[in-house]
Design a protein around this ligand. Sequence first.
Ligand SMILES: [Zn+2]
Length: 358
Amino acid sequence: MKPLFLLRAAALVISPVAANITELPDDLPCGVAFSVRNSTRNLLAALRDPTIDPGALGAADVFGSNAGPGPKPWLRGSNLLVTIPYCYREPYERASLAWRVEEAIKIWENALGGQASKDTGHAVVFKETTDQGRPLYCYDLGASNRFKWNDDIPYETVSVEAVSSPVFIASATIGFLSDPQQPEPWEMFMRVGHFASSVDVAHELGHVLGMAHEHQRLDRDKYVKYNCSNLRDYYRRLHDATAMDPSITPDKLCNDFYTALRYAFTGTQFIRGTSPGAWSRGWPVHSASDAYDYDSIMHYATQGASRIGCAANQLDKCALTKYKNGPGRPWEVMPIPRNTVPSGEDLSWVRNVYPWKE
Ligand SMILES: [Zn+2]
């Protein structure tokens, strides 16, 4: 195996935008607001290397600037539709994922009242890449290098990938992230774990459309009570982090995106107002109105990532709950249910960002 590895490494050095890509870590957070260009992939890998100081990498700068201009809405085609193309990397991934992906597209379509049309008021079409009705895969299956992008597919296509890790649910990039000046393959992805349901995939499609987590809004502390130390993996990650770097505090693990990302802490998905660089460049943390939307399919449920012991009568052991009467009365909280369909606000958002035009 070793010579093969060396060969790949050598190819990477010669041609950084070649077919070779660094495989993404399995435990990426849900909702990734940076394009996964080759430079970012290498950085993600480096971030996990305990001998490297993330500060020294200039991580924030790399994600914020070199990695592209940040999420944008998908573009309208000459047919006036907003087509979001996706490809499965290879046949076995299609076999394992297509049913759930198609169900998830139906969840959005049914909620919107049907396909793109004047009546439904939206122009979105999720479309698998095909050639005369047959699927086209993101991988060039005929190439000797199995990681080569299929040149019959535009780079601005979402790569749909199966992840077999037992703890991973799903993850996706947010919105349209390709840089039209310098497009690269593999920039946008939707990764789906073994145990993800079609509802989980529908949540990821929300990210692909451009939506962020509702509970990461800047003003969320007025509406929800977040207790980072009640996240399922908090003590394990804090232990790992401080073993590696004694200067890491609970506050840093909970509130610093790069620290959380480095130690694969689920807290990355709860940090207020923050996703790397991109959001601070003006991509709004979503919402069709100022109203906080507990019903959004992009809102996490109380049960989701909370530690064992979190229950309807044990809400003090939960990571995320809803204030009954605002943050002034923090002991009065209620559970947030799991939303299985897009909310009215989610649908307004889609119709506002991608309105039907003729
Ligand atoms: Zn998410």
